[in-house]
Design a protein around this ligand. Structure first.
Ligand code: AMP
Length: 304
């Protein structure tokens, strides 16, 4: 719908450049951009970090308010009757985020939202077949929480396009299936992972890490890159996975690697061999020491 298309970027706040690249994509593709900031309780298990999850509402709003997108990086010159080289003011018009949606927990969960699934009441959404492996194996209620909150958001906002980061690859697979199976008319746009200079995928939870661990965590992306190199001559998943594990164990304990897995891009079926015409997801989770003396899970992935 020319003139009124709405792009929607769901976030849990503590915004960083990764979120901003989703926002930039939406500004580029839509007439209006709406960003939500909502730390969604239903995707956290009772033993997870809901209470301590990084929050910085004022800084988030400031970051979004400062965000400008220039549709044409190189201002185009347009022919006009007065001058054949005058700059078009409309060609360089900046666009900005139009609205932030930051509901309260009570607004999103009017029946209340205890973190124990058994105690929860009301409507929840599950995407069967895609929610129990990989991240779902470690976090059994996570994708039910994500699918539920995204369903509510899509019903409230009714965007033309909704933006997700490649960084949370399983989430993109779950949401695409949700949108298609529940007949939402919107398009799911997946935006590449934004990384720090050393390759570490940006994440709000990186705030939990010391500088040293952030530096050491470069082995994660380096391992994924080695795996991509391995895949040029090798389709055996075990050998591809070994390239990642070898790199991560240069800095972190093998027992802290929760999984390194090769899966089908749509069904998430675990693969022993990658079909070169189909490709695959190579994804991982690793627990690294944080500044509280406990461990923080980092996730990352590449597409083979
Ligand atoms: P979150 O606030 O962590 O729920 O993330 C909100 C959205 O931003 C999700 O679609 C994430 O996949 C995306 N995102 C988070 N980190 C990155 C990153 N480093 N690069 C690209 N997208 C990201």
């Amino acid at each position: 719908m020319k003139g009124n298309s709405v792009g929607f970027v769901p976030t849990m706040g503590a915004l960083h450049d990764g979120h901003m690249s989703l926002v930039r994509s939406s500004l580029r593709m839509n007439d209006k951009t709406l960003v939500s900031i909502f730390v969604n309780p239903s995707q956290f298990a009772p033993n997870e970090d809901l209470a301590s999850y990084p929050r910085g509402f004022d800084a988030d709003i400031a970051m979004l308010a400062e965000m400008r997108y220039l549709p044409s990086a190189a201002p185009s010159r347009v022919a006009s009757p007065e001058s054949s080289s005058s700059l078009s003011s409309s060609a360089v018009a900046e666009t900005q985020v139009d609205a932030v949606f930051a509901p309260t927990v009570e607004e999103m969960y009017p029946s209340g939202i205890p973190l124990e699934v058994e105690a929860q009441r009301g409507a929840f959404v599950t995407v069967e077949g895609l929610s129990s492996q990989l991240e779902g194996a470690m976090r059994p209620q996570f994708f039910r929480g994500v699918a539920t909150v995204i369903t509510k958001f899509l019903n409230i906002i009714q965007p033309e396009r909704v933006y997700f980061g490649q960084k949370d690859v399983q989430q993109t697979v779950v949401v695409k299936r949700l949108v298609s199976d529940l007949c939402y008319g919107c398009v799911v746009i997946v935006v590449p992972t934004t990384r720090a200079a050393n390759g570490l995928a940006l994440s709000s939870r990186n705030a939990y890490l010391t500088d040293q661990v952030r530096e050491d965590a470069a082995v994660i992306y380096r391992g994924l890159q080695h795996a991509v190199d391995t895949y040029r001559t090798e389709t055996d998943a075990k050998k591809i996975i070994a390239a990642v594990v070898d790199s991560i164990t240069e800095k972190f304990a093998a027992e802290d690697i929760e999984y390194v897995c090769v899966n089908d891009l749509e069904t998430l079926e675990e693969l022993e061999n990658v079909h070169p015409l189909k490709g695959a997801i190579l994804s991982l989770a690793v627990r690294v020491p944080n500044s509280f003396g406990t461990k923080t899970r980092l996730i990352d992935n590449v597409i083979l």
